[in-house]
Ligand binder design. Structure first.
Ligand SMILES: Cc1cc2nc3c(=O)[nH]c(=O)nc-3n(C[C@H](O)[C@H](O)[C@H](O)COP(=O)(O)OP(=O)(O)OC[C@H]3O[C@@H](n4cnc5c(N)ncnc54)[C@H](O)[C@@H]3O)c2cc1C
Length: 283
């Protein structure tokens, strides 16, 4: 099996015979080595397809690994599993400024995609704490949310096109750049949030926004939960669509944060039961 896999990706793109233990299954557990039969790093959709065809014919179990930032143990492996890592599928294929889209391979790290469109005065509104490690394939497979869901929606709302490889190696492609598309079944939506159960996502097209020319953030302390809801409604109404983030912090968490670092010492008093961080993106 290893020989056949090596023929597909080359010897430099597979770890086996103990070398797989140089890897780990989660970014917070880097001291626990991967327990698997091998780790393979395809560089193209075609290579993923050939790997999957071989695994299908040989009843070989596979686990797909992206940036390993999930919080549910979904990238943990067993000793007979083959890990398919998307680390080498890291090409940003196109930024189309006219149609305001970015086409990426699924191993691209979110922060790299955000920075590359930023340079062209465009914005990919996806944003969350793990953006420096999470990969596009993992993000799409988990339908990740993040800090700007309130205004721009979940990952699902930002995707125009997907290419994926099924378990038998078949490649299916719905790589469209158009928003106004009513042509039958929307296959890509099945893959979004499917946690790798339907196939391996190999490429994605995201729609982009014009880069906002202003960004403001603020921290507010609130005396009860009803006021949190009222404050949200008040801000949404008053800011007419420019409120992009509204993150709630419980009083205990805020206190722990302030106690742990002098950096936060000049922030609000610790006696509020709720705090909210808000973000505005505007013209
Ligand atoms: C500090 C921190 C903050 C976070 N904040 C948020 C947040 O605000 N909102 C949120 O929703 N999540 C958040 N997360 C969770 C996590 O970042 C997301 O779930 C992320 O989308 C996972 O991406 P990944 O590349 O790390 O995927 P992985 O952890 O590698 O994989 C996740 C799942 O996707 C599958 N998978 C990976 N790549 C592919 C592929 N190409 N094709 C098919 N299946 C694939 C894996 O098999 C696994 O089931 C946070 C995590 C951390 C550590």
């Amino acid at each position: 099996m290893i020989n056949k896999l090596e023929k597909i990706v080359g010897r430099d793109s597979i770890l086996s015979n103990g070398k797989e233990k140089l890897r780990f299954d989660h970014i917070w557990k880097t001291d626990i080595p991967t327990n698997a039969f091998a780790v393979i790093f395809p560089k193209s959709t075609q290579q993923i397809s050939e790997i999957m065809k071989l695994c299908y014919e040989n009843n070989q179990k596979v686990v797909i690994q992206g940036g390993l930032t999930n919080l549910v143990g979904s990238t943990i492996t067993r000793k007979n599993d083959l890990v398919i890592s998307l680390d080498k599928m890291n090409q940003i294929e196109e930024i189309d400024e006219k149609s305001r889209t970015i086409t990426v391979q699924s191993g691209v790290i979110l922060e790299d995609a955000i920075s590359s469109v930023n340079e062209k005065n465009l914005m990919l509104p996806l944003n969350f704490g793990a953006k420096g490690s999470a990969q596009i394939g993992g993000i799409v497979s988990t339908n990740a949310g993040g800090l700007r869901v309130l205004r721009f929606g979940m990952t699902r709302n930002l995707i125009l096109g997907i290419e994926a490889v099924l378990s038998n190696g078949e490649i299916i492609s719905s790589m469209k750049k158009i928003t106004k598309d009513n042509s039958g079944y929307d296959i890509k939506q099945l893959f979004i949030g499917s946690e790798g159960t339907l196939g391996i996502i190999s490429k994605v097209i995201f729609k982009l926004e014009e880069k906002p020319s202003s960004r403001f953030s603020a921290l507010a302390g609130l005396t009860n939960y009803e006021n949190v809801i009222n404050f949200l409604k008040f801000m949404q109404k008053g800011l007419s669509g420019s409120l992009s983030g509204f993150e709630l912090i419980w009083g205990e968490t805020y206190k722990a944060m302030k106690d742990s670092s002098l950096e936060y010492s000049s922030l609000l008093d610790i006696n509020f039961p709720y705090y909210v961080i808000i973000e505005l993106l505007g013209s």
